[in-house]
Design a protein around this ligand. Structure first.
Ligand code: HEM
Length: 369
């Protein structure tokens, strides 16, 4: 695919990389240094701090009687949290990484004719190639800067107290990927590190936010669900303190609401295209080796299925915690006297499937100080 060639440094990340030893090693690194249960736990304080400041700002809107743009609020919260986890630093507004990630997702989601008729690629009939080259150049500048800053901040004696994910990736630079490989060793270069960083950013920035906003939309559309969630939160947490991550395992109804909402609104209607590794017959249909497979998660979610996301633990904690906090701290009503059944639920189709319009609602603080 054209988009993955440009935006994944020639498939050097994880998401668009063929199944094999490179993919396995990258997945192992990302799990070990960012997405494992212990790493996710290590970042609990980061999630807590960002969520707390977000709740404080919604509280101010509640006092002022303002409507809150939940799409924007949640997306900024997730961006701030993930940025700190992946890059070990607060968001740098000079980078404008957010809008580049948005463009990346948008370009991945476009129907690109030359993906299906490759000899048309040099003509770039839709102008997608030009946009891909421009976005990939801008992204490259950002990731070069992040890597340079980390290299300069790296303690040559290895005494830096906390090594973040970028430090860990940099420590692999110019090293053989699998030192015990019998074949010629594959040496890790900056492009590999940049592709992995882009994958982690793109996979985490929008996914959790889209899930939270859809779940919130469904909850607003079904007031009985809101009441039952608030009741569960009162039983488990009470009204005198904020929800903690340690409460989540007891919030069973919340868990069911998130699952049902994700089924109705799968974050990606099609997962990224995959290629069949061998000839196979599925349900009587012959699928030759190297066919491009589009998996329709939207329809699978209306049937039973299994699939694998390495960030699921992080995503589920984030989604449930943010929803719990917003529902526990505030009562919500739709703006301008809108009735729940009037809430617009239109989707935009692309790589992800977000709401077409921002979700707006008016909060009232409900905890006892
Ligand atoms: C609620 C939020 C999320 C949902 C619903 C979600 C869903 C998915 C799905 C359906 C896939 C495709 C799996 C497949 O191809 O079989 C996937 C892949 C992936 N996700 Fe997530 N994801 C979420 C959050 C995250 C987060 C926070 C990260 C962290 C970086 C992440 C990282 C990835 C990566 C790297 C892949 C590619 C895995 C591979 O190709 O081996 N995801 N995700």
């Amino acid at each position: 695919m054209q988009a993955s060639e440009y935006l994944s440094y020639g498939s050097k990340g994880m998401v668009f990389t063929q199944y094999g030893s490179y993919w396995r090693t990258v997945r192992k690194w990302c799990t070990l240094h960012l997405l494992s249960a212990s790493k996710v736990e290590e970042f609990a304080s980061v999630r807590k701090a960002h969520l707390r400041s977000s709740v404080e700002s919604v509280k101010k809107s509640a006092v002022a009687g303002e409507v809150v743009d939940l799409t924007r609020k949640v997306s900024e919260l997730i961006e701030d949290t993930m940025c700190q986890m992946i890059f070990g630093q607060a968001k740098d507004d000079g980078f404008n990484l957010r809008s580049l990630v948005d463009q990346t997702m948008h370009l991945h989601g476009l129907f690109c004719i030359s993906d299906f008729i490759p000899y048309l690629a040099p003509l770039d009939l839709q102008g997608i190639g030009r946009r891909l080259r421009r976005t990939s150049k801008l992204l490259d500048v950002v990731f070069e800067k992040i890597i340079d800053e980390h290299v300069q901040g790296t303690d040559p004696n290895g005494l830096k107290p906390h090594k973040d994910f970028v430090d860990m990736m940099i420590s692999m630079l110019n090293q053989p990927m699998n030192p015990h490989d019998e074949d010629q060793p594959y040496i890790i270069e900056r492009n590999n590190v940049k592709a992995i960083l882009l994958d982690m950013t793109a996979a985490s920035y929008d996914t959790s936010a889209v899930v939270i906003v859809w779940a919130f939309s469904e909850i607003l559309r079904h007031p009985r669900v809101m009441i039952r969630l608030q009741q569960e939160l009162e039983d488990v947490v009470g009204r005198n303190r904020l929800v903690e991550e340690s409460d989540l395992s007891k919030l069973l109804y919340l868990d069911m609401v998130v699952k049902e909402s994700t089924r109705l609104h799968p974050v990606a209607p099609f997962i990224v295209p995959r290629e069949s590794m061998e000839d196979v017959i599925v349900d009587g249909y012959f699928i030759p080796k190297k066919s491009r497979i589009l998996v329709n998660t939207w329809s699978m979610a209306r049937d039973r299925s299994r699939r694998g996301c390495p960030g699921m633990q992080l995503a589920l904690i984030t989604v449930r915690l943010v929803l719990a906090q917003l529902i526990h701290c505030f009562d919500w009503e739709l703006p301008d006297g809108m009735q729940p059944n009037e809430l617009d639920m239109s989707e935009i189709f692309g790589l992800l499937l977000p709401r077409a319009n921002h979700l707006l609602a008016k909060p009232t603080y409900r905890l006892l100080e």
